[in-house]
Design a protein around this ligand. Structure first.
Ligand code: FES
Length: 163
């Protein structure tokens, strides 16, 4: 069910040639599922169903095993993500300093809900909980860069300025 859903939602063809290079590099290592999945995700930005099927064929691990690992660890994504990843912190300090307004402002501007990716795959909007920079609350992490003391106008401008 999960596999079918993922295949339908992503509905895209991926180039498996670079994946073969990864699999070749790990061909002597039994049980290297996690590093293979990590490298695969680095390659595609997520774990496409087609790539998982190919990994299954090449390594002999069942698809169920691969999906089991991919869904157990939060570092893995089964859905295609945006070119830009926006994490808004809604931990306690950020929440009281206005994080919910940042989230609703971006949801309205982007036309998506937190946890979703824009239809053009430009942006993925996520809510996270305390990133350890509470003194700068409310914060966002945009493509890995921490931005603090945000207000809706500022976060809107930052997101508009992304390519
Ligand atoms: S609550 Fe947001 S960084 Fe701690």
């Amino acid at each position: 069910m999960l596999l079918e859903k993922t295949m339908v939602e992503n509905n895209e063809t991926v180039d498996l040639t670079p994946l073969d290079e990864i699999l070749d590099a790990f061909s002597e290592e039994q049980g290297a599922i996690i590093p293979i999945l990590q490298r695969t995700q680095e390659l595609y930005g997520y774990l496409p169903a087609e790539a998982l099927r190919h990994i299954s064929e090449r390594t002999g691990h069942s698809l169920a095993q691969l999906y089991g690992v991919a869904t157990f660890y939060s570092q893995f994504y089964l859905q295609r993500r945006g070119r830009h990843i926006i994490n808004i912190c809604d931990g306690t300090a950020c929440h009281v300093k206005g994080a919910p307004r940042l989230v609703t402002t971006l949801e309205e501007q982007l036309g998506i809900k937190a946890g979703e990716t824009s239809p053009d795959y430009r942006v993925t909007l996520e809510v996270v909980y305390c990133l350890g920079s509470c003194a700068l609350a409310p914060i966002a992490v945009i493509d890995g860069q921490v931005v603090g003391r945000l207000v809706p106008e500022k976060v809107l401008k930052l997101v508009r300025d992304l390519d």
